[in-house]
Design a protein around this ligand. Sequence first.
Ligand SMILES: *Cc1c(COP(=O)(O)O)cnc(C)c1O
Length: 430
Amino acid sequence: MAYDKSIAAFEEAYKVIPGGVDSPVRAFSGVEGTPPFIERGEGGYLFDIDGNRYIDYVQSWGPLIFGHCDAQIEASVIEAVKRGLSFGAPTTVETELAQEIVELFDSIDKVRFVSSGTEAVMSAIRLARGATGRDNILKFTGCYHGHSDSLLVEAGSGLATFGTPSSPGVPADLTKHTLLATYNDIESVQKCFAESPDDIACVIIEPIAGNMGLVPADEEFLKQLRIICTEHGALLIFDEVMSGFRASLTGAQGISSVKPDMVTLGKVIGAGMPVGAFGAKAKIMAHLSPEGPVYQAGTLSGNPVAMAAGLTSLKKLKANPELYVDFTAKATKLMDGFAKAAAAANLPLVTEVRGSMFGFFFSEKAVKNFDDALDNDSDTFAKFHKGMLDKGVYLACSSYETGFICTQISDEMIDETIEIAYEVMANIKG
Ligand SMILES: *Cc1c(COP(=O)(O)O)cnc(C)c1O
């Protein structure tokens, strides 16, 4: 494939945008080559400015569960645009979207909308601290919860790709309140609580981690986590910004029996528009301004155009719950295909699937936590990524990201992808 126009565009972008990108992982730093610049999407395909076509397994990093340019979502957005882009005043579409979410999630009585996953988690943490009157929070190594200061500690994907455990510009005075435990390791959690038994406001976790590759939490681990949080009066926050509406209609909560105290959402609820949300039982949400003293606000929060996109998307998902059976079947077929291709090329590969989410590591052993994930063969991944891209398959450009199936990925597209994977893997070995 020729990438001449994209390479030129990247050089131009580099002059005026740091690294040429508005979010670091887009820069292709962990893989070979430079990023294709996208002209448009159509269903399950992406088209770059050189005219190359790709099967899109990234889907804007998760939001596009109906693929690109879904007719109904597009129509509702255009209708909303015609009424005005933003009012900074209440609209009924916010209530409608809130009602859909409250109806779906047992753990949510009330929900507030913001404009990104980062904002959702940052606000949920403030609310947890405000509601409990405690400062410390506990997170897991390799889980990513957006780029707010308190959470930018050992945070997976973009940071793992760049080998930066945390970031300059984040005062140690802030991160000293962030305790770190190991994913799927309850003893590491017990240790944190032993050191800080009455000061932990909340434990935040991706119940299905998607930012160190796809690494689901064990059910028993989540159960123990629930018990410890309840014992110590710490709130359990499920960050389902990625897994929400992806792993199942209700995310990890549709798969696990464990119920959190608070939930953060994003990605799919905006269907490609900037939306995040955080919700909990009414008693916790009552601490939030203007009902309570914990401040949180946003000029564009609950933006009517973004709400319209999210509402249409959620209604479509709710009306077609069988979609998740299809997503799982397709993701499983894809991962089984990759596994067979790897075996044929004598490459070690481990795979995971949760609903429309899939992940794979060039690794000998199952991945249970971030250290396991770091053991993957990232050189082989880089070669695989480049080979697939050159043959028209757009995969996430880091071995620490999750892939996605959308309604517009057909069985034929998956067959084609597997065939290409056989070729590419065979070449890596040869
Ligand atoms: C993507 C993501 C975020 C951050 O969301 P943004 O919209 O990128 O700010 C937070 N938590 C999880 C689990 C995510 O996957």
